[in-house]
Each structure stands twice: as C-alpha cells, then as structure tokens.
Design a binder for this molecule. Structure first.
Ligand code: F6P
Length: 359
C-alpha cells in the first residue's frame, strides 16, 4: 500500500518533525510513503519522491519543510501560463484527483493551515482520501487548542523583546515590535507577556493612541523613561481596518498584512514627543529549530495522522484538546478562527501585571 504526504501554506517550525513521525509510523507498518513537492502543486504536476527511512532521518530539529511549500497555489484556482507568458487561473482539481488515483495512493496526509485543510476537505467531498494535520505559527485554528510552531515563533519574538529592552533603556526610547499572527493576536499576546511588554496591541481589542500615550507617560512618572510596545500585524489602525502590505493574486487569502508598527511609531512620536523606533520581525518568526514542545506536538500529530490514515478515517484531522490528541472532521478546521478572548484569563493576567492594551 502507498500513502503520500504534502505540506501546504506558510512554513513553520516542526513541519519536518511531522513528516518524520508520520513517515516512520507508516514505514514501520510496511506502507510505501511518498512526499509531494511544494504542496498541492506537486500532486498536480506529479512531482513526488519516496520518503524512505534515509529520507526522513535527521529531520527532527530542522526548520522549514524538506518537501517545500507554498501559500499561493489553490488547485481550484490554479495558475497556468499562456503561450504569451501571461498567467490565467483554472480549476486543476480534476487533474489532482486523477493523479492521486493513478499514483494508487490509499491516503495522503495534508499538513497545513486553514487554506490547505479546506482544500483537503473539498477534495475529500469529491472522493479523495486525505487526512489533515493543522499547522500555523499564528495558532488561529479553533479546531485545535494549539498548533505546532506557535511556541517557537513566540520564543523568537520574546528573544527580540529581550534585546529591544536593553537598547530602549539606553536611549530612553519607545521600541515597537511588529509581529505576525494574521487576524489573531496570539503571538503578540504571548510574546508580550513573556517579554515584559508595556503595551500589547492586538486585533481583538480596539485601542487608541491616547491610551497608549497615557501608559507611556505613567511609566515616565515612575522614572521609567523607555517603553516597549508589541503590535500584532492584524491590529486595527485608528479609524478601523488592517494595514495591508500587499495582495497576492491567486492565493486563497490574498491579503498580506504589515505596516501597522510604523503607524503606531508615528502616532507615539506625535502624541508623546518621545523618540520611537520600529522593528518588524517578519519571517524570522517562521524559521529555525523547533522548540522541544513543538517537536513533541509535531511528533504526536504525525503519528496520530498516520494512524488516522491507516484506519481509513479520511476527511478527518488531528487536533489537540487539553493534553489529548484527538480527531475532528476537516470541516471543523475552517469553521471558525481562534481569536484571543478580550476577557479571557491571559488578557486578565497581562492587565494584572500592568500591561496596557491601549483601551
Ligand atoms: O500564516 C503564517 C504567516 O506567517 C502569517 O503570520 C503572515 O501574515 C503570513 O503568513 C505571511 O505570508 P507570506 O509568507 O506570504 O508573506
């Protein structure tokens, strides 16, 4: 019997650990395992390679994905080059389904975020055999209590905050760190608490520059002449709406957020007269070695996904509920995003230690 593995969407620390765990579990049961290159593109273009023991050895600590990934190619809106070099979009799902059949794959494990998993669900409803593994540094999938890669991204942001603290203090400045997270404030909230931020701005809590300035001034009254602000890329700008960095044609979610940090920096300087600097952490949050907890979660997810495939429970994905790995229908992966609760315990704890949300 043969099975496939693909990774789709933005990469994330721990993907290789999932590939390794799933492949090892399947190989030990005598299954031939194949890896598709660059997500669904590899299935459409028939680009695949065997994942034998040698191919999945030494992967546990490696960031990225040995299979390659992309967050643009949607089989239902797939880019094709015309003779004159222009790009048109077409439905390539029939080709994809035919390729899965002709390659005689009993099941394919799709590791990805809401885009990849909703495509998997759509393909399952057309008869394909897929199971899912939720992945994203943003931690914004409600079907699972946590995604692997999130904690590593938070650690990277926290490390940046530790470094910004010392230079902020030396220069009596306001330092602003813009972090990823798409429409959820999880990375900002966790890193802000762990890194001792003074202000955290997230999409879930509307803020005003007057309240941010109030916090900065209150610190000055206490003799603290510097302040640290973490802002999630999805936090709303004053007047509403997110700051969009670019639009990616063909992508399931074409908006790429970015730029709110600079908006906050200008407003802070205008409102307080204090020098402010912005650091946009960017894709460094997606790279590097996964932390221990992410390696373990990724391994548990990989093993559970392989077992799901072996049991023939197509159309399902693995998820973390409390301390248990469970399975849920793929439809749940995208039914609603996971957002920070504005009156939840984490926000409460942050407020209790003096962090302002600018509200
Ligand atoms: O979903 C992961 C993520 O890193 C988001 O936090 C961010 O908004 C987006 O992907 C960036 O996408 P790209 O790699 O296309 O710039």
């Amino acid at each position: 019997m043969r099975m496939g593995i693909l990774t789709g969407g933005g990469d994330c620390p721990g993907l290789n650990a999932v590939i390794r765990a799933a492949a090892k579990t399947l190989l030990s049961r005598g299954i031939e395992v194949y890896g598709f290159k660059d997500g669904y593109r590899g299935v459409i273009e028939k680009q695949w390679a065997p994942l034998d023991r040698a191919a999945v050895s030494g992967l546990l600590h490696r960031g990225g994905t040995i299979l390659g990934s992309n967050n643009r190619d949607n089989p239902f809106n797939y880019p094709a080059h015309t003779a004159d070099g222009a790009i048109t979009y077409c439905d390539a799902s029939a080709t994809l389904l035919e390729n899965l059949r002709s390659l005689e794959l009993e099941c394919t494990i799709a590791i990805g975020g809401d885009g990849t998993l909703s495509i998997a669900q759509n393909l399952c409803s057309r008869g394909a055999h897929l199971v899912g593994v939720p992945k994203t540094i943003d931690n914004d999938l409600a079907a699972t209590d946590q995604t692997f890669g999130f904690v590593t991204a938070v650690a990277t942001a926290t490390d940046a905050l530790d470094k910004l603290h010392t230079t902020a203090e030396s220069h009596h400045r306001v330092m602003i760190l813009e972090v990823m997270g798409r429409y959820a404030g999880w990375i900002a909230l966790w890193s802000g608490i762990a890194g001792g931020a003074d202000v955290i701005l997230i999409p879930e809590i509307p803020w005003s520059i007057a309240r941010v300035a109030e916090k900065i001034h209150a610190r000055q009254q206490e003799g603290k002449l510097f302040s640290i602000i973490v802002v999630a890329e999805g936090a709303s700008a004053p007047g509403g709406g997110q700051v969009v960095r670019e639009r990616i044609a063909g992508s399931g979610d074409p908006l790429r957020l970015g730029g709110i940090g600079e908006v906050v920096r200008r407003l802070v300087e205008q409102e307080t007269g204090i020098e402010a600097r912005i650091t946009v952490l960017g894709h460094v949050q997606r790279g590097g070695t996964p932390l221990v907890t992410d390696r373990i979660l990724a391994t548990r997810f990989g093993v559970a996904a392989a077992e799901l495939a072996l049991e023939g429970r197509f159309g399902h994905m693995v998820a973390l509920r409390g301390t248990q790995v469970i399975t849920v229908p793929l439809t749940e992966a995208t039914s609603r995003p996971s957002k920070v609760s504005a009156d939840g315990q984490l926000v409460h704890a942050a407020r209790a230690v003096g962090i302002s949300f600018g509200d």
